[in-house]
Ligand binder design. Structure first.
Ligand SMILES: Nc1ncnc2c1ncn2[C@@H]1O[C@H](COP(=O)(O)OP(=O)(O)OP(=O)(O)O)[C@@H](O)[C@H]1O
Ligand SMILES: [Mg+2]
Ligand SMILES: [Zn+2]
Length: 513
């Protein structure tokens, strides 16, 4: 007897339809899986056999052949356990499947027949709906994630026994339900708020510009000057997530297996803060079983590298392209996978080994060579990818008591950021560009045109500071954002002047000043 069961698979963060055919025929008892299955899929034989028996069902003493189609797509992971088991139970008449063509199944089985959660359920559930399925059976722990998909009935199941009762109509499992729109409009948590930061007006302004235009930002300053504190507060001024952005983030975390339990939709912008011993694969993605890296987990949010010089050079090197492109392509044995990676990149470093180079109160104890080498490690691979570069100084003592010690809070700053983002969204509508930072080449010329005065100012800076052509483009983009923050169509001299001021470290004279 032959049974056909529907399931899903993943390529990157895209879900695919998979059809699972189970054929049971006379002959010497055997159990075979065919159709380009990897190790984990082939191991599913043992789990499926044990799960069926330990649930009290009968595993057929016949020839069992499972075919995964389409044959040319590589099948990975353990999520076919459940559909294979259901196929065997159905082919042997132990369960009924009403309206078989409309139900999809996915999940890993343990030997006792319990269902275990799997990665990538959201993109697979989206695929299910797109392919016209009405119902999806998933492991209990994955239900909230799948239920985000509107127009699909999701049935959370704990094990094979419960599923059989459900399918046979003896005891139906209740449908999973989540209020996704409600999640996104919920109050923001204000764990880290800019009102905690005293003084530092220059750094706060720089971060507001970074948030407003999606610009990457580097902060250099002595120990205790507040760099880490400032960076942690960046997410609090980024615009609220749209539903689509939220789904994108959730898909990446779903595939990576980093979705916290009980979370159906990621509702706050990610803030990823990997440690300096991170490998290139963990940062930019890849590895033996390719997974999204930190830069993709930070998609639509912030990637923060604290103590930049402590990261491995080749690790930082691997970030260059993704930071520029907004996506990462990971090579695998015979295919490539692309993950989104549009993030606001923030990094922090001390200016030198002792930490006090250029400090007004403490003397630096490093030799000129040490300073130069240290700076080389900071600037090496990434500096020219960074739009905004600032020195963070130790706050003045008076800053702690200014205005009764009160500083502007994140909510007020974020309101301005949202306005500036709106201007950009309208300007770049239909161009697949969402922020000024994404402008390139001819688009910079088109949208960042200068009048005579500001052009002359930029020319002088370009020559005096020995800036690169790349720095020139970055200044224009930052100036565009500063103008947008003021609601000015034209980029004026004061906008250009401020943007030039954010090239602290790639001027030729920084470490000899
Ligand atoms: N501007 C500020 N207003 C209020 N508190 C501050 C300010 N700057 C620093 N602090 C306090 O000092 C602590 C240390 O700051 P932070 O860790 O951000 O410094 P850092 O620049 O990252 O230093 P390091 O180079 O050693 O990593 C903060 O946790 C905070 O308590
Ligand atoms: Mg720090
Ligand atoms: Zn020093």
């Amino acid at each position: 007897m032959l049974s056909k069961i529907h399931s899903f698979s993943l390529h990157g963060i895209t879900g695919f339809d998979i059809e699972i055919e189970v054929d049971i025929s006379r002959g010497i008892p055997a159990f075979e899986i065919v159709g380009l299955a990897d190790m984990a899929v082939r191991e599913s034989k043992e789990r499926v056999r044990a799960a069926i028996r330990n649930t009290g069902f009968e595993f057929p003493l016949r020839r069992v052949t499972v075919n995964l189609a389409p044959a040319f797509v590589r099948k990975e992971g353990s999520s076919f356990d459940l559909p294979i088991a259901v196929g065997i139970l159905h082919a042997t008449g132990q369960v009924q499947i009403p309206e078989r063509g409309r139900i999809g199944f996915l999940g890993e089985l343990s030997l006792d027949g319990a269902l275990k959660p799997v990665n990538g359920v959201l993109p697979m559930a989206l695929r299910a709906r797109a392919s016209g399925f009405a119902e999806l059976v998933v492991p209990f722990e994955n239900a909230l994630e799948a239920a985000v998909v509107e127009g699909l009935d999701v049935f959370p199941v704990r094990g094979l026994a419960e599923l059989a009762l459900h399918l046979n109509g003896e005891r139906r499992v209740p449908r999973a339900d989540v209020d996704t729109r409600g999640l996104l409009t919920a109050e923001r948590s204000t764990l880290f708020d800019f009102s905690d930061v005293k003084g530092q007006e220059k750094a706060k302004r720089a971060l507001e510009i970074a948030a407003s235009g999606g610009h990457h930002c580097m902060m250099i300053g002595p120990p205790g000057s507040g760099k880490t504190m400032l960076a942690k507060r960046l997410p609090s001024i980024l615009p609220s997530l749209t539903y689509d952005e939220s789904v994108e983030i959730t898909m990446i975390h779903s595939v990576a297996g980093t979705l916290p339990p009980g979370v159906s939709l990621v509702s706050t912008r990610p803030f990823r803060n990997p440690l300096s011993n991170a490998s290139a694969a963990s940062l930019s993605g890849g590895g033996k079983l390719p997974k999204p890296g930190e830069i993709s987990l930070a998609h639509n949010g912030v990637l923060f590298l604290d103590e930049l010089p402590e990261f491995g050079l080749h690790v930082l090197d691997a970030l260059r392209q993704p930071l520029e492109d907004g996506c990462v392509t990971v090579s695998r044995v015979n295919s490539k996978v692309t993950y989104p990676a549009r993030t606001t990149f923030i990094c922090a470093a001390n200016p030198c080994k002792c930490g006090y180079y250029r400090d007004s109160r403490r003397a630096c104890t490093c030799t000129p060579t040490e300073i130069k080498n240290y700076f080389g490690r900071i600037s090496g691979p990434l500096l020219d990818r960074i739009d905004i570069q600032i020195e963070v100084r130790l706050p003045e003592y008076s800053a702690f008591y200014q205005g009764g010690g009160a500083s502007e809070g994140s909510d007020a700053i974020r309101e301005r950021v949202e306005n500036t983002r709106r201007v950009q969204k309208e300007r770049y509508a239909g161009m697949k560009i969402y922020s000024n930072a994404q402008l390139e080449g001819r688009l910079i010329e088109r949208f960042c045109a200068l009048d005579g005065g500001s052009r002359e100012m930029l020319r002088q800076a370009y020559e005096k500071l020995a800036l690169s052509a790349r720095a020139h483009g970055r200044i224009l983009k930052v100036a565009r954002t500063i103008a947008d923050m003021e609601g000015s169509d034209a980029i004026r001299e004061d906008h250009i002047a401020e943007a030039i001021g954010y090239r602290s470290f790639d001027r030729g004279d920084w470490y000899t000043a």
